[in-house]
Each structure stands twice: as C-alpha cells, then as structure tokens.
Design a binder for this molecule. Structure first.
Ligand code: IPD
Ligand code: CA
Ligand code: CA
Length: 274
C-alpha cells in the first residue's frame, strides 16, 4: 500500500517563501554586478541557434542559488537551466532560471530577471521573480495572493484582445508556423503584440494586469513556473503546461486574464494543448 503523503501545510512553506524572495533578490543584485560590466563578458551560443545565448553571469548566478539552497534546504530537489537537476523525486523541487532574458542582458536592454519557483508534490506552489532594473520583486504563494513588492496584483478586466497588449514570443527551432498565423489573427482582431525578451517578466506582467495575455510557442519550465503561480493567484488562467513531461521538455504556453483567455486560445489553435 502506498503511504499517504502529509499535506503541503506540513512543509515549512513560510520559510521557503521567505527564502525564495530573499535569494531571488540577492541573485538579481549579483546579476546587476555582471550587467554593469557586460561588455567584458564572453557570450556563448547554445547549439546552432545563434539567438540562444549564455554567459558566465548565468552560470555563476545559478551556482549561487544552488549553493544557497543546499545550505538551507538540503532535502529539496533542484532543476536549473544551466546546471541540470537533482533529487527530482523530492516533495519540494525548485525550478530556477538564473537570468531570464539573457539576450536582453548581453545587449544592454533592461528586460531580464531572476526567476525562482517551487513545485510541491508536482504542483506550482510559490514563485519569486526579481527585476533589479526596475526595483520590482514579483512574488506569490498558493492561496495567499500575488504581489509586486507589497502591492497586491490583479489581472486585467479586458474582455477582448483589442482592449490591451498581448505578450508573445518564439524561438527559431520551434518554427514560424506556430507564430506568424497567430500574429496575423491577433492583428486581424484589433489586438497588438509585444515581445520583451523575458518570458518570466511577461508572465508577471499578465498577473499585474499590464498585459492582457501572453503566448509563447514553446517555453521551458524554468521560464514560467514562478510566474504561473502569480497569474493564478491574481485571477488569471493558464494552459495545461505540465502535460507530457512539460517540466523537463517544455510546452506551448498561454496565460491570460479570464476575459480573453478563450479568445487567445482559439487564435492559437489546437497546437496549444495538443
Ligand atoms: C528566453 C526568454 C524569452 C523566450 C525564450 C527563452 P532565456 O529565456 O524567456 O522571452 O522567448 O524562448 O528561452 O534564454 O533568456 O533564459
Ligand atoms: Ca529563460
Ligand atoms: Ca536563462
């Protein structure tokens, strides 16, 4: 017989929430130190996609977060973009993007952040997204709401895509066919798109009501896990991102306020949750 799991409330969620906010902010300050001397950083390209870049800053920030986690919650699991995973069978698994928006970072654009998310028993439970360029810490925890710094977040009240801005994004290996038709239809409905280069920040902006929705043809879990919690807590809807090994492989991604979610999903078509 499988032993019953204790409820998540038996875990010290408060301590983990406090730690997530703190480590995200410390990591973001470390990021700022690198960002100020970005012209000295060596930039590498991942695989054959010349747009997919990484620097020593990404690697060292992830090392910092991973070492802090090992010291504070050694029993927890870890999944990071740069250094892989450990203890994925643990009840608490942290999902980390040390810099989301690296292409912006290396080119001197301010749209980048540190994203720290926590899964408990396979469900997104809390998240912290630190944007040091704008002194904004987006954070949220299941059942406790979502915030930017101390201000509560609520998604947009828009009822149609023409009433606001929709975040979008793609990357070359996914192919244009999932992106261009969506843009054509969005524009045809009187909507407008924006791509700022950081999936985590655009997700946080949906939670904050700054964007009415955000569609990306394919994201990885570290790009969006922290933000998903915020969107849900702010009253928004999210697609079935974790299906078919989404945690490790990624999936198409949609978050939106309730008034436009179905409209955006229809514009994207069956590839969204197919
Ligand atoms: C990228 C950003 C970008 C998205 C890419 C991601 P990275 O993450 O989230 O907005 O379009 O697909 O890979 O590489 O800057 O961590
Ligand atoms: Ca990312
Ligand atoms: Ca990254």
């Amino acid at each position: 017989m499988t032993p019953l799991q204790s409820p998540a409330t038996d875990l010290d969620i408060e301590a983990r929430y406090t730690w997530a906010k703190s480590v995200a902010q410390q990591a973001a300050q470390l990021g700022m130190d690198f960002y100020r001397r970005r012209n000295d950083l060596t930039v590498e390209h991942k695989g054959s996609d010349r747009q997919d870049v990484v620097s020593i800053a990404d690697k060292q920030i992830e090392e910092f977060i991973r070492a802090e986690l090992t010291a504070r919650f050694p029993e927890d699991g870890f999944l990071g973009e740069e250094s892989g995973s450990s203890h994925l069978g643990a009840r608490c698994v942290w999902v980390i993007d040390p810099i989301d928006g690296t292409a912006c970072f290396v080119n001197g654009l301010h749209n980048w952040c540190v994203s720290v998310g926590l899964l408990i028993d396979g469900e997104p439970h809390l998240g912290a997204i630190a944007d040091p360029n704008h002194d904004e810490l987006f954070h949220g925890c299941l059942g406790r709401g979502a915030f930017v710094n101390d201000t509560p977040l609520t998604v947009s009240a828009a009822q149609h895509v023409r009433e606001g801005l929709t975040g979008t994004g793609t990357f070359h290996p996914r192919g244009k066919e999932h992106f261009i038709p969506f843009l054509q239809q969005l524009l045809g409905e009187g909507g407008m798109f924006i791509r700022n280069g950081s999936g985590a920040l655009m997700t946080a902006y949906v939670a904050a009501g700054r964007l009415i929705g955000y569609y990306e043809t394919q994201l990885k879990s570290w790009d969006c896990l922290a933000g998903l919690v915020l969107v849900r807590e702010a009253g928004g809807r999210v697609n079935d991102f974790f299906r078919n090994d989404g945690l490790l492989d990624g999936n198409p991604y949609l978050v939106a306020c309730p008034g436009v979610y179905d409209q955006l999903a229809a514009l994207i078509g069956p590839s969204l949750d197919g």
